[in-house]
Design a protein. Sequence first.
Length: 129
Amino acid sequence: MAKFDPTYASQLLDIALADLESAKVLAAAWQRGRVENIFFLVQQSVEKSLKAYLCHKHGDFPMVHDLGILLGKMDQLPPQGYSLVSFSQFAGIRRYETGNTHLDKSDIDVAITSGEQVLAWVSSHLKTA
């Protein structure tokens, strides 16, 4: 039996979009504050996007932050595939560290683009159902 109504998928996707928009706001001022927060918000956006896809397809998804586990449940992979797993660290240990990883503007641009691609991919799957 499904845990969630499949229509919950669109709500998750809306939250994912809001997380990505928040990441973009922080990215505009990336040299101030904690740059890791940008990556945390991208991770959150990707996580919620993947959960939206799984909710839409199966009505259920694992209650985890590990993108590898979510990707392992997918019947097809979004853009960037398993390379998205690299964002999982920002929902875990990197939330409690700063400056241990060199992150620059090009890394931020790649992260934002990855989030946009996953959101667009999931959105297209929700619309075609």
